[in-house]
Design a protein. Structure first.
Lengths: 142, 79, 142, 79
């Protein structure tokens, strides 16, 4: 979904920081903040070998669009690019990139953090962690 | 026939990407949740699942019908 | 200056986001935050054609190293990469990149913002803005 | 002879990357600031300049000598 200074994608291939950066760059902006989420090799003392992301893609894009619109409203964000991986993701691979440009840098930080916080709270994407001795859906059980 | 999409651990529990309810259709989200817990007791052991109706989070009072796109949303874990 | 998980450079050529990102990536980290400062084409209603950065390079690197050390202490930052341009910089070019990796993302945001705030406060680098009708040192006069 | 590095607008004011003080050397940062304002009155029209001694910001009481690396630091504007 690319519309109205907002670029949202859920992709099966490697994510590119440069692509997100190039999208949000704007001549009137003084500051761009990016968040890059990578796959950790450890979780709660266990070795993680890789991840698998399942997505409810149409709803995820809808929900991310709402979050982006909220940033424009709350933080006057200029442009946003949000790319999230789906499917198999290896250790050290990028799972998510969020790029935000703003006239004032403070609001770029606030918006970027808002997007990742909200994404983890409400966007229908599920992470299955594969360990050396099994796999499980993150957050699913108490 | 009401069709329900299953994601993440919900798909593991039902063993299917879609389940269907063929009779005594629930009329709202609360009814659907009760139906799920009755037919798949394993849902009780999960963190709270949400229900999405037409790709929007829906509360217990939201009415549902066979023409809606309905999905079980287990606790999300993107990012 | 590259030492102890801290990479600080003042460079005469184009800065690379990927270089900074690659430096801070760490298998134990879940979050990387980057700030990218670009040159605006407008300032106070005037057209900016380009910038020139003068630096007191040895002291700037020393001061940036202190700021990075403060991040490790205050925010338990894992790795930091701070690259700043010197000399002639064109519109839309990158003036500064700050990349920070942390185990917890909240602290990566705090550290990255701390670095850019402190950099603008105390690192001996001076920006001369060239307009269509003259030039001036930013911040120099009341 | 005391050598003072000039950056940014300080270099424009003095027209030199280095200025030197040959006699009646100031003994501390405050003395140097007074010397600068006397010899280059334009400094009075600037936002406050700092003095760095051996690449550290120095307050007015910091002693200075000919062996120190001394620099005028106009208001910074990096980033």
């Amino acid at each position: 979904m690319v519309d109205n200074n907002i670029d949202i994608q859920i992709l099966g291939d490697n994510l590119s920081i440069d692509t997100c950066y190039q999208y949000v760059i704007d001549e009137t902006c003084g500051g761009i903040v990016l968040f890059v989420g990578t796959v950790r090799n450890h979780n709660k003392g266990k070795d993680v070998t890789h991840l698998d992301f399942e997505t409810y893609e149409s709803m995820a894009i809808k929900e991310l669009s709402k979050i982006a619109d909220e940033c424009v409203e709350k933080f006057q964000s200029k442009k946003l690019s949000i790319h999230h991986r789906k499917g198999h993701v290896g250790i050290k691979d990028i799972a998510v990139i969020i790029a935000v440009s703003s006239i004032h840098r403070k609001k770029a930080f606030l918006a970027c953090e808002y997007v990742i916080d909200q994404l983890k709270e409400r966007v229908p994407i599920w992470k299955k962690e594969f360990l050396t001795d099994g796999s499980y859906w993150v957050n699913a059980r108490p | 026939m009401m069709k329900i999409r299953c994601f993440g651990i919900a798909k593991d529990i039902t063993s299917q990407a879609f389940i269907t309810i063929d009779e005594q259709l629930p009329s709202n989200v609360e009814g659907l949740k009760l139906w799920l817990e009755k037919n798949y007791p394993q849902f009780k052991s999960l963190n709270k699942c949400m229900i999405a109706v037409n790709q929007e989070y829906a509360d217990d009072n939201t009415p549902i019908s066979t023409s809606d796109e309905i999905a079980i949303i287990p606790p999300v874990s993107g990012g």
